[in-house]
Design a protein around this ligand. Structure first.
Ligand code: FES
Length: 310
């Protein structure tokens, strides 16, 4: 960009675009970015209604003018910390560095998504389900190294990606906690072999991580791996309503066992372990590597766990 002599301009360093953009004091960050031909997302057209233009101010927050009334209203509603600003409303009086978290359609969808209730099943049905637990290798280090805002954004993106895959494989996410996902197969829909669906879901999740890691690498110089455990057994499954949200949950020892199996991956250096009961459902249908005999935390005796190729 050409800056004319005598013109007052401040620098915006966009880490996302690895570019310096110049902004006049009477222009918003969004106006400066668009003028510099940067495809800065602004779904509501710069009217402080969508928040998709949000930027993370990495440096120079004191050079951002205070929030105007429109920005304040949206920021309060969404609980933004001070350093998340709407580019369409913010003008600057000095140099700043920013990062744009909303870079593609998936990011927009995450931000704009209205959460609908999942298709349900009646409370109190006893069913044989495949119970899948997953977690992210390297997550703890990632969460410690980055600001909480980025961690939450990345996790939302991860959940969104994995949720679609789980649904495609006839499963449903029952719960998420930190980097962990609990998904149920056979709870809804017409799965003929819930364990096989769960294994195929893990394989697809692992494949999707390759693409996801491209994004993580570019944005944060990081990559994730996935670990998963599957059990098959009888549980009580139903729609549990907490008053604030309704979700499909499963109760029973089979759920606890699936969680322990997932954790056992750390001991054996594996990615996907399944229980004896799960193995019997897919014997001859999937390739297994090694069988481990494991003692599991909170359980007595030894359990046979099978490592499945993903
Ligand atoms: S463009 Fe919608 S809030 Fe800024």
């Amino acid at each position: 960009m050409q800056v004319k002599a005598g013109e007052v301009m401040f620098e915006i360093f966009s880490q996302t675009d690895n570019k310096i953009i110049y902004a006049a004091p009477d222009r918003t960050i969004l106006e400066a970015m668009l003028k510099a031909k940067i495809n800065h997302t602004h779904v509501c057209g710069g009217n402080a209604r969508c928040s998709t233009c949000r930027v993370y101010i990495m440096d120079g927050l004191s050079n951002c003018q205070p929030r105007n009334e429109k920005e304040k209203q949206l920021a309060d509603k969404l609980g933004f910390p001070q350093n998340i600003r709407l580019a369409c409303q913010t003008k600057i009086s000095g140099n700043i560095s920013i990062r744009r978290p909303v870079v593609d359609e998936l990011d927009i969808e995450i931000i704009l998504k209205q959460f609908d209730g999942a298709p349900g099943t009646k409370l109190g049905q006893e069913k044989d389900l495949a119970i899948l637990f997953t977690d992210i290798e390297n997550y703890t280090e990632f969460a410690e190294a980055l600001p909480a805002y980025d961690v939450v954004h990345v996790l939302n993106r991860y959940y969104q990606t994995m949720n679609e895959i789980i649904i495609q494989h006839k499963g449903v996410i029952s719960d998420v906690a930190g980097d962990g996902i609990l998904a149920l197969f056979g709870a809804i829909g017409d799965s003929k072999n819930p364990v096989l669906d769960a294994i195929n879901a893990v394989r697809a999740m692992n494949a999707a991580l390759t693409q996801f890691n491209g994004y993580l690498n570019q944005m944060y110089d990081w990559s994730f791996g996935i670990r998963a455990g599957i059990n098959f057994g009888k549980v009580i499954v139903g729609n549990f309503d907490t008053g604030m949200m309704s979700k499909i949950s499963a109760i029973g020892d089979a759920v606890n066992l699936a969680s322990r199996i997932e954790t056992a991956n750390k001991d054996f250096g594996t990615q996907l372990l399944i229980s004896q009961s799960a193995y019997e459902e897919v014997q001859g249908l999937v390739e297994t590597h090694k069988m481990y005999r494991a003692t599991l935390k909170g359980k007595s005796g030894e359990y046979a766990l099978y490592e499945v190729e993903i």
